[in-house]
Design a protein around this ligand. Structure first.
Ligand code: SF4
Length: 298
């Protein structure tokens, strides 16, 4: 709470937007005038992935995403059996109380961490290929290790990301960091975190098909450089951007797909987990799958 009524109104508006975004992310609501979240393949008819050669690396054309149920059905070999054993989510205050979210800490990344991308970050920063360039404050290239074996892919930058130029800050970022550090026992800087598009859509609406299509080469080129072993698709829009036309996240989570030369594990977006704490158990199950895939052949 604050004594300044204008600041209080701003806080309430931000909170309402966050809750609406969480609902939309989960496919729970579809706000009037808000395009239904769908990937470029679903809306434009283009393939889910288009092969792209960058810096001596070629993104493998992912075959039609293939479910690998055998992996998802196997019991975890080494992961703890209880979600509460190691996965300690952040305070419940993030999305449901008046307290502002704690900022995600700065990463201690070396200055040349983006060098392997060969100037791609500068290309993104200068990009004007779609209408989203008009309203952005900053592009959000993504951050982490360019040699990460694990990539987290979200939908699009939000308010805080647009201001800071960093992916997943604010309440969702705090929870994602907890998933990485307390759930997976990794450091945030050891993975790579990015979004399907690099500029914030106005009012946090879902990206439109032509915006996803315009920005897709950047995503492909990033993944071509990183060459991750596992990609975690956070929520419906990211899953559809990576996998094409697939059912909703509640249907496909728990399964493992092939794409971009990696295993793709869809799970709930942190914003949805903040809204629906009961989904933490499913997310924990998906993190166990990630750990198993990172551990090697199963
Ligand atoms: S969203 Fe992507 S394609 Fe559109 S202006 Fe931003 S960087 Fe360029």
């Amino acid at each position: 709470m604050t004594d300044d009524p204008r600041e209080e109104v701003c806080r309430l508006v931000r909170r309402a937007r966050m809750l609406a975004a969480a609902e939309r992310e989960a496919g729970v609501i579809d706000l009037a005038g808000t395009p239904a979240p769908a990937g470029p393949a679903a809306e434009s008819g283009v393939p889910a992935v288009v092969g792209t050669t960058v810096a001596h690396a070629t993104v493998p054309r992912p075959a039609t995403p293939r479910v690998t149920p055998s992996q998802s059905q196997r019991p975890a070999a080494t992961a703890p059996s209880s979600p509460t054993a190691t996965y300690v989510p952040p305070r419940e205050t993030s999305a449901t109380s008046a307290a502002p979210a704690a900022p995600v800490r700065s990463l201690d990344l070396p200055n040349d961490v983006l060098a392997p991308f060969g100037g791609l970050d500068a290309e993104v920063a200068a990009c004007r290929k779609c209408r989203l360039c008009e309203l952005r404050t900053r592009t959000v290239f993504g951050e982490g290790s360019p040699t990460a074996r694990l990539v987290f892919c979200g939908e699009a930058p939000g308010f805080d990301e647009d201001r800071t130029g960093r992916p997943f800050v604010g309440a969702s970022g705090e929870l994602l960091t907890a998933m990485i550090e307390k759930g997976l026992k990794l450091r945030r800087e050891d993975v790579f975190i990015l979004n399907t598009i690099k500029c914030r859509p106005p009012e946090n609406r879902a990206p439109l098909a032509d915006e996803l299509l315009a920005c897709r080469p950047f995503l492909e080129r990033q993944l071509a450089v990183i060459r991750p072993t596992v990609i975690v698709a956070l929520g419906n829009p990211a899953s559809r951007a990576l996998l094409g036309s697939v059912p909703g996240i509640k249907t496909i989570r728990g399964q493992v797909f092939d794409g971009f030369g990696a295993k793709i594990v869809p799970t709930f977006h942190p914003a949805y987990v903040l809204r629906e704490p009961t989904s933490k158990r499913d997310v924990w199950t998906d993190l166990q799958t990630v750990m198993r895939l990172l551990a090697g052949p199963v």
